[in-house]
Unconditional design. Structure first.
Length: 358
């Protein structure tokens, strides 16, 4: 298994982790749902830790195969899944860790993991695009939303850093975290919006990607969902750090986040239309790309939750619940299909394209 393990498996941690966080943070959620979220987060933390060990072991025992992943035009994109999966663990320590190990210990662990995760996110956002520019055989006709995968981790780290900032005791550290989170957001969201524009052009000119990449369109929600979260949380942090600028920063951030939410709603509806179109035209082969139904929708639901807490509009709360209900349905479906694909005897050569490690 370690010699064949690929970064695409971290999408399992991304999807499971965001379900856990959304269950815990859902507005007006019952207490039992918060307990379910906590248990699921603990299970996911163990799963992500296992994946990190397997990924590290492959790097040490199969360096040639590990390097080959970087040269693969699709598998290399999934290196972005590593920091995004780890972010769900970091955020869990911030939101749930205090009740298990004490606030101070939980925030300390979250900070250490955040620094490590931020380095991974930065490497993903710089190295993989560099390889796309210089090594990979990409064309507009073959572009999918998978191109967003190495870009999005920076804004995910930005939102996580903004969430952690109020729990940092040192004022200088708070300022540093604010600056880094703002910079990481800026390294990701504008580039993500450019890629969404290119994706629109690609879909118009070259029409839909093949069936094994049908779910990739849902990834677009991830860019907008974490962009919303970063804006709202940075706006809130500004009120603590820069009182003289707070009304302008917080108000502008909230308004821009709401605009991004509207843009995300368009991509959400379009993704549903395209998925139904695929199902009507042909069957969809299962692969790990199906986990793209979970994390992007999950962070969009989380962004909707933050907007509800900011604007107190009931429609946003209802939307957050609808997105969460759909997220749970997707997660159960994809998790069961993943477990079914691993039933013995496991024939790697017969596995779907993105399920096989490269």
């Amino acid at each position: 298994m370690p010699r064949k393990f690929g970064p695409n498996w971290f999408t399992v941690g991304m999807g499971t982790g965001i379900v856990a966080l959304d269950a815990f943070l859902l507005p007006n959620a019952p207490l039992w749902l918060k307990h379910v979220g906590t248990v699921l987060w603990l299970l996911n933390a163990a799963l992500v830790a296992l994946f990190m060990v397997l990924m590290a072991r492959r790097a040490f025992t199969d360096w040639k195969g590990f390097r080959a992943i970087f040269r693969h035009p699709q598998q290399s994109m999934f290196f972005g899944a590593i920091p995004m999966a780890l972010t769900t663990v970091v955020n869990g320590f911030i939101e749930m860790g205090g009740s298990l190990m004490g606030d101070a210990s939980a925030y300390h662990v979250a900070l250490v993991l955040w620094v490590f995760n931020a380095v991974l996110a930065l490497l993903s956002g710089l190295v993989v695009p560099y390889l796309m520019f210089t090594r990979h055989p990409h064309e507009l006709a073959t572009m999918t939303a998978l191109w967003l995968m190495p870009i999005v981790p920076a804004e995910v780290s930005a939102a996580s850093g903004a969430l952690l900032l109020p729990h940092l005791a040192n004022v200088g550290l708070r300022h540093t975290m604010f600056l880094l989170s703002a910079a990481f957001w800026a390294m990701s969201v504008p580039l993500g919006l450019l890629l969404l524009g290119l994706l629109f052009l690609r879909l118009v000119v070259h029409h839909l990607p093949p069936a094994d990449m049908a779910i990739s369109t849902w990834i677009s929600l991830g860019t907008l969902g974490t962009g919303i979260m970063g804006l709202v949380l940075l706006g809130q942090d500004s009120q603590r750090l820069f009182p003289h600028l707070a009304p302008g920063i917080a108000g502008g951030s909230a308004l821009l986040a709401l605009i991004l939410w509207g843009f995300g709603l368009w991509w959400f509806l379009q993704s549903i239309f395209l998925t139904v179109h695929y199902l009507h035209q042909q069957s969809l082969p299962f692969n790990l790309g199906w986990w793209g139904l979970t994390f992007p929708l999950g962070v969009f639901a989380a962004g909707t939750d933050l907007l509800f807490k900011t604007f107190a509009m009931v429609a946003l709360k209802d939307a957050a619940w609808i997105f969460f209900g759909l997220l749970v349905l997707f997660w159960i479906t994809v998790a069961l299909r993943t477990l079914w694909s691993l039933r013995p005897p496991f024939a790697a050569e017969a596995a779907p394209p993105l399920l096989k490690a490269q």
